[in-house]
Design a protein. Structure first.
Ligand code: NAD
Ligand code: AHE
Ligand code: ZN
Length: 368
């Protein structure tokens, strides 16, 4: 069949809208009509050329929602008409990682996923006979996609696609990092570096669990009002403080109980660790740093009890947790609507990247 898609031909170049050939689902695979997709900073990161796994030409996008159109042989958990959110972190419930119960990082198809291929090593997208690669196993910048059954979370059918697509990455990553990765307890002081599409969801997660002080750090002063609406109690702009770590330590009586880095900058990763409280403070890295970048700190920071962690997809197990997060949205327990600042047509997808770069959007969503 044919599908309209935004194709990334090479690093740093705008996407172009093409009509691609899409092969149908093979065994264990599902054809999905994508109804809406968010644009995450990680799409921009890969498009920029800074991702060591970035491959071209490819169909980017990993924050979608849609409807199952057809299932391949052996698919048992989904049928045509089901509403789904594609998962870049699948959940097979059979691999060593899933069975460990210690991580959400299902590795069943990670190898081929990172090569832009389906689990059998081939691609379903092509243009004039030339293969076009998948991305993160999702490629939601295409109106139709083929995805493995284990990489689709079935969600309730009354949830609006143009809002719950954001649960496919940003919402789950931010809220999940608080509740699944850090397990923040009521009353804890939380510091969030970067108040974009991820950091604001960390803030909303911190408020949900009853955190004490919720301190936001961002260079963009325009982020303050939105962050306060989501539960931030104090705002710090690093431009206004000679030493941001010291400013946080002063404000928290010795340091943060939990900090979250939601930028992807190795300098702020170090600050996020070093602003943590001696003896117990935990810092969670969410931001994705450019190829070749490394983090550093004095080992004494860890010797004296600070803990450095990372979180992918908020530590969420997609097929289990994503439907619950959709329920939270439908029950009014989380706010997604105010974070979606722009809704675009596929033809205008490059504008979504421009708005992100200019700091004008929180989330742009493309509606097909
Ligand atoms: P975004 O562009 O919406 O937000 C980034 C924010 O950081 C902006 O508000 C910006 O003003 C602020 N910022 C930039 N440099 C800063 C600095 N030096 N000091 C303070 N603030 C600064 O991006 P996003 O979509 O929220 O993504 C944030 C990061 O999280 C990216 O690196 C993205 O790739 C990563 N990410 C990781 C996961 C994961 O599973 N680990 C999931 C999604 C996104
Ligand atoms: N390809 C990059 C790593 C990118 C990365 O860390 N991705 C996150 C999700 S970001 C979503 O917006 C993730 O889930 N990582 C775990 C994984 O297995 O990729 C690189 O640096 O090579
Ligand atoms: Zn993302």
């Amino acid at each position: 069949m044919k599908t309209r898609a935004a194709v990334a031909w090479q690093a740093g170049q705008p996407l172009t809208i093409e009509e691609l050939e899409l092969e149908g689902p093979r065994a264990g695979e599902v054809l999905v009509e994508v109804k809406a997709t968010g644009i995450c900073h990680t799409d921009y990161y890969t498009l920029s050329g800074a991702d060591p796994e970035g491959l071209f030409p490819a169909v980017l996008g990993h924050e979608g929602a849609g409807i199952v159109q057809e299932v391949g042989a052996g698919v048992t958990s989904l049928q045509p008409g089901d509403h789904v959110i594609p998962l870049y972190t699948p959940e097979c419930r059979q691999c060593k990682f899933c069975l460990s119960r210690k991580t959400n990082l299902c590795q069943r198809i990670r190898g081929t996923q990172g090569q832009g291929l389906m689990p059998d090593g081939s691609t379903r997208f092509s243009l004039a006979g030339k293969p076009i690669l998948h991305y993160m196993g999702t490629s939601t910048f295409s109106n139709y996609i083929v995805a493995p059954e284990i990489a689709l979370a079935k969600i309730r059918s009354d949830a609006p696609f143009d809002k719950v697509c954001y649960i496919g990455c940003g919402v789950t990553t931010g809220i999940g990092a608080v509740i699944f990765t850090a397990e923040v307890e009521p009353g804890a002081n939380v510091v969030v570096f970067g108040l974009g599409g991820i950091g604001l969801n960390v803030i909303q997660g911190a408020r949900m669990v009853g955190a004490g002080r919720i301190i936001g750090v961002d260079l963009n002063p325009a982020r303050e009002a939105m962050a306060r609406k989501f539960g931030m109690t104090h705002f710090l702009n690093p431009k206004e403080h000679a030493d941001i770590v010291d400013a946080i330590v002063q404000l928290t009586d010795g340091g943060a109980d939990y900090s979250f880095e939601c930028i992807g900058n190795t300098t702020t990763m170090r600050q996020a660790l070093e602003c943590c409280h001696k003896g117990w403070g935990q810092s969670v890295i969410i931001g994705v740093a450019d190829a070749g970048k490394e983090i550093a700190t004095r080992p004494f920071q860890l010797v004296t009890g600070r803990v450095w962690k990372g979180s992918a997809f908020g530590g969420a197990r997609g097929r289990t947790d994503v439907p619950k997060i959709v329920d939270w949205y439908m029950e009014g327990r989380i706010n997604i609507d105010d974070l979606i600042t722009h809704t675009l047509k596929l033809e205008d997808i490059n504008r979504g990247f421009e708005l992100m770069k200019a700091g004008e959007s929180i989330r742009s969503v493309v509606v097909y």
